[in-house]
Design a protein around this ligand. Structure first.
Ligand code: S3P
Length: 457
């Protein structure tokens, strides 16, 4: 689990020409959902391309603890024998979701309408994150909870014995909250309705339909209404998990910033509710082309071709935030190497991710010689141009995989090496990040013996 072992620093040095093919691992969001819906279905679900990162492995353990049979058959190949809607049993021990906000929040939704108690915990990052956003709608179904103040983990969710369906308008744009409400609605008679003001990632709606549930989506001026008919019989499926656009963002931006780079990134999931970064990079002048656009496993997919590019700063529209919410850390690195400022507004949700990502990026970028302004819900990075970022700092990853990978990418194009204090969190979402990047030519090394003076002034 991230943060449970000794910290191993990662040193990133200026590299030249990243080249070759970058096979990105499976999509984290889709992987969690494939395991959970498989566990709630009747019969076998066969999954290929599952992300075997720590976050997803914790969800697999949780599904076993709730009574499903979950077996790894080979690399990325998993089989889930589900218990059917309403068939979970009380877990004998605490469910530990490690670093994963998605894992814990989706599973809370899945158990909230089962008449038993479940205790949840996680690592130091997850124990700080807000869970009231889930507990409030779960209370409308009839569930209750007891935990630390402000709904922090560890907490025990007391499932509703006779759940009632709800209509719930999301107070924050969050696919995790939307999905938790829909998952709770599965074991509830009648119709559950979630309303979102702006579209968040829609993997839950797509996959629920694939498993045989009736889910209707109605886009109106008053919002996006998602209606689920409760107590469906979900049937086991074959699921091919696409490659994660949020993970692909790291080698893609690295190739844009490292002179002489030319990468092929095959089969990236480009669901419109996830693809905002790629649109933004193109607006910044990135030489990024999409080829062979197609559909795989119910999701749009394309091959990406990316070359080193001179970037310019842009204003990212706030209405695009939901479709690239996980990509602002790496976008702010791209922005540091662009000409002129990049303004990112409407990004308050970044403050409640694995860490406060606005604060973490601002601190690390400033340490690397980049000027940053922040407000509660915005960040402006003053770009220094392709050769203008000094680097030469020790940066804290703060138990956040995306902060760690973002500064690793920054170090590949900065003038002086960048050390990330702990590479451990990267394993939560991109376990082969290091060998994959090294294989493309990135000068990234683990500092196994940090006592021997790889530090910075
Ligand atoms: C996710 C939703 C997003 C995202 C997270 C994955 C999901 O979180 O940041 O990495 O799979 O539903 P929020 O729902 O908190 O925005």
């Amino acid at each position: 689990m991230a943060g449970s072992g000794p910290s191993i620093p990662l040193i990133a040095r200026k590299s030249s020409g990243l080249r070759g093919e970058a096979p990105i691992p499976g999509d984290k969001s889709v992987s969690h959902r494939a395991l959970i819906f498989g566990a709630m279905a009747i019969g076998k679900t066969r999954i290929t391309g599952l992300l075997e990162g720590e976050d997803v492995l914790d969800t697999a353990k949780a599904m076993r603890a709730l009574g499903a049979t979950v077996v790894r058959k080979g690399l990325g190949e998993w089989e889930v024998d589900g218990v059917g809607t309403g068939g979970f049993c009380e877990p004998e021990d605490v469910l530990d979701h490690g670093n994963s906000g998605t894992g814990v929040r989706l599973v809370m939704g899945a158990v909230a309408t089962h008449g038993f108690n479940t205790t949840f915990t996680g690592d130091a990052s997850l124990r700080k994150r807000p869970m009231n956003r889930i507990l409030q709608p779960m209370a409308l179904f009839g569930a209750s909870s007891v935990g630390r103040s402000e709904g922090r983990l560890p907490l025990t969710l007391i499932g509703a014995k006779e759940p009632v369906p709800v209509e719930y308008r999301l107070p924050v744009p969050s696919a995790q909250v939307k999905s938790a409400v829909l998952l709770a609605g599965l074991n509830t008679p009648g119709e559950t309705c979630v309303i979102e003001d702006e579209a968040t990632r829609d993997h839950t709606e797509r996959m629920l339909r694939g498993f045989g549930a009736v889910v209707e989506v109605d886009e109106r001026a008053q919002g996006r209404f998602i209606r689920l008919q409760g107590q469906p019989e979900l049937k086991g499926q074959e699921i091919q998990v696409g490659r994660d656009p949020s993970s692909a963002a790291f080698p893609v931006v690295a190739a844009l910033l490292v002179e002489g780079s030319h990468l092929q990134v095959p089969g990236i999931g480009l669901n419109p509710t996830r693809a905002g970064l790629y649109e933004t990079l193109q607006e910044m002048g990135a030489d990024l082309t999409l080829q062979n656009e197609r559909e795989e496993g119910g999701e749009p997919v394309a091959d990406l071709i990316v070359r080193f590019s001179a970037l310019k700063g842009v204003e990212v529209p706030p209405e695009r935030a939901a479709s690239m919410i996980d990509e602002y850390p790496i976008l702010s690195v791209a922005a540091a190497f662009a000409q002129g400022p990049t303004v990112m507004r409407g990004v308050k949700e970044l403050r409640v991710k694995e860490t406060d990502r606005i604060a973490a990026m601002a601190t690390g970028l400033r340490a690397c010689g980049v000027e940053v302004e922040e407000t509660e819900d915005s960040m402006t990075v003053f770009g220094r141009g392709a050769d203008g970022v000094r680097g030469g700092a020790l940066v804290s990853s703060e138990l956040d995989h995306r902060i760690a990978m973002s500064f690793a990418v920054l170090g590949l194009a900065a003038q002086e090496p960048v050390t990330i204090d702990d590479a451990g969190p990267i394993a939560t979402s991109f376990p082969n990040f290091l060998p994959l990047m090294q294989g493309l030519g990135a000068d990234l090394v683990l500092d196994e013996d940090p006592g021997l003076g790889a530090g910075h002034e």
